[in-house]
Design a protein. Structure first.
Length: 403
């Protein structure tokens, strides 16, 4: 039986209210105060729900959270890509993809290091490491898939998910503080150096986030069209994905690739909306409100990320899994910034790539939006979505090497 909380897991309306209020409060603070803009609203939303769940106010698991993942997040992706004219983003996405692949080397290396450091104290660690490699190059969906592939116990999987959420929140807090460090400014190039300087000259109550989300003319027709297009894209992508997976069930190597890559509904969503945005760039750019709606849904996603982060669960069931996660994430950051500097990438490119690995497309896109890095919003979603597929294979590769 699950732990009793003030708001039960079956109290649907109350939980939706909590998520909406946490997302709204995070956005308000982010746009109102400079310190909150630096922390980013997505982290604030996660922290709010993490505090609520750890104090027994809301449950760590509920159907509402699954609904956000199953419906809100898929709708957010096409909404955020209405201006994804491929002709404009080809150059930026190419560099972002290259940096993403470099950053993924850090995740795999971190997995190997964690294995050799902790293999004598964590039983069957060779089957656990692939889960973390998968989630830190693609997303939580890979953690679940790889746990089933390597037959990891449910208890370990639950603790791993909590450790993943806790470490990711800490990681993003550390990551967003990096651009302001004096040593980083001396060593690395900045894409938005001038923008950062001008932003610093603004008043305390104005920050880049507030400027980016300045009031825009949005009509009812715009909102209706935007939402209708998003629903249509998600529906078509889901049906295509199911058809591909049923045609290629994954028996052989080729079948697995086709099913896992071409059958990934998120990748299909991106392909569909980017195609439309590239063919009709002027018409799509005139539809106002899509990015605002999509971003709010993303903040709802961040709110549910904090809820399962039960510190008591980690401490009681598998505290060393927290150490595994910390090692992998730390190695990813160190190698990402080291190799990124070696290959002359900018701080923003390195941060987006590392974030796309560790957190996936949603956290990377949210960071780009919160920082005002407009040209990195779309590339972060594209490379993060690709990571959903690549992460699975990176995890399998790690397991082959360690078991």
């Amino acid at each position: 039986m699950g732990t009793l909380t003030f708001i039960g897991a079956d109290d649907t309306w109350a939980l939706w209210t909590i998520l909406a209020v946490c997302a709204a409060l995070a956005i308000y603070l982010e746009q109102r105060y400079a310190w909150a803009g630096k922390v980013t609203g997505c982290i604030l939303a996660s922290v709010f729900t993490m505090v609520l769940s750890n104090f027994g106010i809301i449950p760590t698991d509920a159907q509402v959270y699954d609904n956000v993942l199953g419906y809100a997040v898929p709708l957010a992706i096409p909404l955020l890509l209405f201006n994804a004219d491929i002709k404009k983003i080809k150059k930026e996405s190419g560099r972002a993809l290259a940096m993403y692949l470099i950053s993924s080397i850090g995740t795999i290396a971190g997995g190997f290091i964690a294995y050799f450091v902790l293999k004598n104290v964590i039983p069957d660690l060779g089957r656990i490491i692939p889960m973390f490699v998968g989630t830190y190059t693609g997303g939580s969906v890979n953690l679940i898939a790889l746990s089933q592939y390597y037959e990891v116990s449910c208890q370990i999987v639950s603790a791993a998910i909590v450790a993943d959420n806790v470490v990711m929140i800490i990681y993003i807090l550390v990551l967003i503080s990096i651009p302001g460090m004096a040593i980083i400014k001396k060593i690395y190039r900045y894409t938005y150096e001038e923008g950062v300087k001008s932003c610093a000259e603004e008043s305390e109550n104005k920050n880049m986030v507030a400027n980016y989300w300045a009031v825009r003319g949005i009509s009812l027709k715009d909102m209706a069209v935007a939402i209708a297009i998003a629903f249509t894209i998600v529906t078509i992508a889901t049906k295509i994905s199911l058809r591909i997976k049923s045609t290629f069930p994954g028996g052989g190597i080729t079948s697995k690739f086709v099913s896992g890559f071409l059958g990934n509904k998120y990748l299909i969503m991106v392909l569909l909306i980017v195609t439309i945005a590239s063919i009709f760039p002027n018409k799509m750019s005139k539809i106002k409100g899509a990015q605002e709606i999509g971003t709010f849904l993303i903040y709802m996603f961040f709110a549910i990320i904090g809820a399962p982060a039960s510190l008591i669960t980690v401490i009681k069931e598998a505290p060393l899994l927290l150490v595994v996660a910390v090692i992998i994430v730390a190695v990813n950051m160190v190698l990402s910034f080291t190799l990124g500097r070696l290959f002359n990438f900018t701080v923003e490119e390195i941060m987006i790539a590392s974030n796309a690995n560790i957190g996936g497309p949603t956290t990377a896109a949210a960071m780009a939006v919160s920082k005002g890095w407009v040209e990195f919003i779309i590339p972060s979603i594209l490379i993060g979505t690709l990571g959903y597929v690549l992460g699975h294979y990176f995890g399998i590769f790690s397991g082959m090497m360690l078991i």
